[in-house]
Design a protein around this ligand. Structure first.
Ligand code: GLC
Length: 550
């Protein structure tokens, strides 16, 4: 049966960082059969689509975002048979399977690259971006997004290849017809195997600017403060980008009714809508990375949500996410993972699940999982953190200072194993986990929360069901309130005469409400057990209220 055309607007997506979700065979790494074991958990939670991070054969330099073979499953993660079984079982439960497609680059171990690097006249040479050096240096001044030059010198032919990410991830040349054809065929094969859609990794970087011109440097605007970074927008939205996505949709995705969500970087809302305008037939949704990567606080988040809503209104569909596998835990950066952990986790949930746009949840956030603080660099696995560390130390920062600065910012904060139970290794694996488990698993785990009607998990279930039952939260218009307030996030959602007022206090302090909002609406859902009369004019610390407007 073909799915309803816009199912992706009405459901909730859940990101599974595969390596850390559930290990079924004791090798210390999460796998596809581990997801199979947890399908009922996900079904009970109420989400409708599972985005699974890359499971393809890979040397795993970048957690699988360095693909060596797009058509198979890494033995650590399972087999193609497991994939088929997962799709069948997910579909039985009305859960969609969304694959992560990494098209900007391959692994250096991909057969295309192995051939490409062999000789200047190799038939696959131009599948990648090779250039001779300039005056004994790199072909241009581009920097990689994980620090250092974006060019790697290759002894075999005496030329450099381009890598916007690590040197293990050479960029493909999307102007080459065979790259396009080979990739489109590969995507079709996954659709034939039952995939319902794709998350498209760094999708707007695929086309490079003609002539690969030098960039302009400015100070301290990258992920590491004080360094000089290139004007990265040069990498994004280059000529041919929109046309390529249109072709992919028309020739490959539309015949299968596949849904897409693109990861779009360095693009303001005022430009980004072009990727999701249904009339242009490119992508269905994009992830708003600016919200994800800036953790300065609620004011920034609410300004961006408004900006994206206005820019997309009448033109394209939005998404809403406050964390993923590339950010530290939202609870530790936007919420309060100390004394207010439970209340603030629920407040963030209320924000995500009542905002305009399809919500994207990240594994473990529904349990209130937090950042981790391992003792030394050796405990960390993330290539980005390691590259940044080397760079800071090279620039003269004492190693302990570099480590202290990077620790709360590391992507590994969100990549520690899912906390299923209070038993050894949090019930994640019977073996040795590939990365340490957050020691707070005895207190924070799914088993304990499943038994507790007041748990964060129970609150997520309730809110998810509530969103699905109320079209005003899905299709309703959005009216921001108390816009200048630094602590309170407030808005109305209205749809066909039904409406909701949402009030969220993003702080440890009591926060007054604007006079016009006092006494408005009837409380439907709140993260405090009751609403005494004297609280009507103010929000308690991390209080979230969803009220019905008659
Ligand atoms: C995306 C992924 C990230 C990865 C990068 C390179 O940003 O989310 O995890 O490192 O692309 O593929």
């Amino acid at each position: 049966m073909k799915a309803a055309p816009h199912w992706w607007k009405e459901t909730i997506f859940y990101e599974i960082f595969l390596r850390s979700f559930k290990d079924s065979d004791g090798n210390g790494t999460g796998d596809l059969r581990g997801i199979l074991e947890k399908l009922d958990y996900l079904k009970d939670l109420g989400v409708g689509a599972l985005w699974i991070t890359p499971f393809y054969p890979s040397p795993l330099h970048d957690a699988g975002y360095d693909v060596a073979d797009y058509d198979d499953v890494h033995p650590e993660f399972g087999t193609l048979g497991d994939f088929r079984e997962l799709v069948a079982e997910a579909h039985k439960r009305d859960l969609k399977i969304i694959l992560d497609l990494v098209l900007n680059h391959t692994s250096e171990e991909h057969p295309w690259f192995r051939e490409s690097r062999r000789a200047k006249d190799d038939p696959k040479r131009d599948y990648y971006i090779w250039r001779p050096g300039k005056d004994g240096k790199e072909p241009n001044n581009w920097m990689s997004l994980v620090g250092g030059s974006a060019w790697e010198y290759d002894e075999a032919t005496g030329e450099y290849y381009l890598h916007l990410f690590s040197k293990h991830q050479p960029d493909l040349n999307w102007n080459h017809p065979m790259v396009k054809q080979g990739t489109f065929d590969m995507v079709r094969r996954w659709l034939e195997r039952g995939a319902d859609g794709f998350r498209l990794d760094v999708i707007n970087l695929l086309m490079k600017p003609p002539g690969l011109p030098d960039g302009v440097y400015r100070e301290g605007s990258g992920k590491i403060d004080g360094r000089y970074v290139l004007d990265y927008p040069l990498y994004a939205n280059n000529p041919g980008m929109h046309e390529l996505l249109h072709e992919l949709r028309r020739d490959v995705l539309e015949p299968y009714g596949a849904a897409t969500v693109g990861e779009v970087h360095f693009t303001p809302a005022s430009e980004a809508w072009k990727y999701v305008d249904p009339r242009r037939r490119e992508l269905d949704m994009i992830v708003q990375v600016d919200i994800l990567f800036d953790r300065t606080g609620p004011k920034f988040v609410k300004d961006r949500v408004k900006e994206w809503f206005l820019a997309f209104q009448g033109r394209g569909w939005n998404t809403m996410a406050l964390g993923n596998h590339d950010t530290p835990r939202m609870l530790s950066t936007l919420g309060n993972d100390g004394p207010w952990r439970t209340l603030s986790a629920k407040a963030l949930a209320a924000h995500i699940l009542t905002s305009p746009g399809t919500p994207f949840l990240y594994q473990g956030d529904e349990l209130g999982m937090t950042n981790v603080a391992f003792g030394s660099m050796d405990d960390y696995r993330d290539i980005e953190m390691r590259r940044f560390y080397e760079q800071l130390v090279r620039q003269g920062k004492p190693p302990e200072e570099a480590f202290a600065w990077l620790r709360p910012r590391s992507r590994d904060n969100a990549r520690t194993p899912m906390q299923w139970t209070a038993e050894g290794n949090a019930g994640f694996t019977a073996g040795t986990p590939w990365i340490g488990v957050n020691p707070n698993f005895r207190e924070i785990n799914a088993a304990a929360q499943a038994r507790d009607p007041d748990s964060i998990l129970a609150f997520y279930r309730r809110l998810i069901a509530f969103r699905k039952a109320n079209p005003a939260l899905i299709h309703g218009s959005f009216y921001p309130l108390m816009e200048d307030d630094e602590r309170v996030v407030a808005y109305r959602r209205l749809w066909e005469g039904r409406g909701f007022l949402i009030l969220i206090n993003y702080s440890d302090q009591v926060s007054p409400l604007e006079a016009g909002l006092v006494g408005k609406g009837r409380l439907l859902i709140g993260n405090y057990p009751d609403l005494p009369q004297e609280c009507a004019a103010r929000l308690r610390p991390w209080e979230a209220r969803i009220l019905a407007l008659e």
